[in-house]
Ligand binder design. Structure first.
Ligand code: KG4
Ligand code: ZN
Length: 352
């Protein structure tokens, strides 16, 4: 099962060739970070134009590096959502044109499922099977969710953010601290050596254990980051000098608030479900403090922690081809890529 994956949901144009949903033959990623940096965030119009420019080159690069003939592909798989409409449309149109020219099927992939599939690109990771109950912390710039998973394509949503995503919170905090874009790595770098207890930032949803969200989720497994962002804003208003005198301390305290807020929800989800395996994926999963915190928690509570390989945490196309390949091999299949769906949710399964 050889799949050419295509990803263009945000500001990365990416293409990759993956065999059987697990073996990466090539992964080309063209990041537009430099173009968006002056604006402190992704500008959809610029991202869309960037995809149009990069698409042919990135696809060719992936095929050249894989060193396999076009005819050997079984399918093309593309992210059709969730993401920025003007970005998704470029990759999806490009993938459909490729499929037409090659006479191959073009499959639609959910971006969230692709992030989850990235964990299975670790060769040490056992394949997804229905007998293993797993928890997934999916943390990126656009999403912060806790899922329970039983095999590929079978997910139960346990918790989600009620406002900002964790990555978005880091990006906005970084902007306020004058640390630049993307904020996650900038804050992580600035936080090195800083006092993580310098500022007492809120952790969000602290007292909501017994409540239910509007869609019936246990609030104790839901996230909230807007209060943290506001707390930093007011702190900088009241103590503008700290940006100069205590930059590392502020960055460290802010990062700590995000990490411990994520870790607490995971702990509660582990207690509630009794899951013995935790997977973590998405751009924020690159964060060293988060990786260390989850690993330590796993040791303390006796569950295994599997993190997406560093190269496949932020947006890439290997994870897209992986998701499609895993679904095809599991016999679930992939829907054909038609219209884009910018607000697409991960399909949900009711678990006993
Ligand atoms: O998964 P991703 O590439 O895109 C989305 O689907 O959103 O994630 C991007 C997010 C950004 O918010 C970025 O700041 C964050 O991942 N990020 C990090 C790190 N590297 C990227 N956050 C914390 N620590 C990092 N090292
Ligand atoms: Zn993503």
């Amino acid at each position: 099962m050889r799949v050419l994956g295509i990803e263009s949901s945000c500001d990365e144009t990416a293409a990759a060739v993956v065999d059987d949903g697990r073996r990466v033959l090539s992964s080309a990623v063209d990041s537009q970070i430099a173009r968006h940096r002056p604006y402190g965030g992704v500008v959809p119009e610029i991202a869309s134009r960037g995809h149009v420019e990069s698409f042919p080159r990135v696809v060719r690069e992936a095929m050249d590096r894989a060193g396999v003939p076009w005819e050997s592909l079984d399918a093309v798989a593309v992210t059709t959502g969730p993401g920025l409409a003007s970005s998704l449309i470029v990759g999806t149109a490009g993938a459909r044109a490729l499929g037409q020219a090659l006479g191959k099927p073009v499959w639609s992939v959910n971006h969230i499922e692709a992030h989850i599939a990235a964990v299975f690109l670790d060769p040490e990771m056992p394949p997804p099977d229905e007998a293993t109950d797993m928890l997934i912390l999916m943390v990126s710039g656009g999403h912060t969710c806790l899922f329970r998973m039983r095999g590929i394509g079978r997910y139960q949503l346990l918790g989600t953010t009620l406002d900002d995503a964790a990555g978005e919170c880091l990006d906005k905090g970084s902007k306020m601290l004058g640390l630049g874009y993307p904020g996650g790595p900038a804050i992580e770098k600035a936080a090195a050596g800083g006092n993580r207890k310098f500022a007492e930032f809120p952790r969000g949803m602290e007292h909501a254990k017994e409540e239910r969200s509007p869609e019936g989720l246990d609030m104790g497994m839901c996230f909230s980051f807007s209060g943290l962002k506001t707390a930093l804003l007011y702190r900088l208003k009241n103590h503008p000098e700290e940006k100069e005198t205590h930059l590392a301390d502020l960055a460290a305290s802010y990062e700590e608030a995000v990490v411990s807020s994520l870790a607490r929800r995971v702990e509660r989800a582990v207690e509630a479900t009794g899951a013995k395996k935790l997977l973590c994926a998405g751009g924020v999963a690159k964060n060293a403090s988060l990786r260390a915190r989850l690993a330590a928690m796993g040791e303390r509570h006796g569950f295994t922690v599997r993190l997406a390989p560093m190269a496949y945490c932020t947006d890439n196309a290997a994870m897209v081809a992986a998701a499609a390949g895993l679904r095809a091999l599991a016999g679930i299949g992939n829907p054909p890529a038609g219209e884009i769906d910018p607000t697409r949710e991960l399909e949900r399964t009711a678990f006993a």
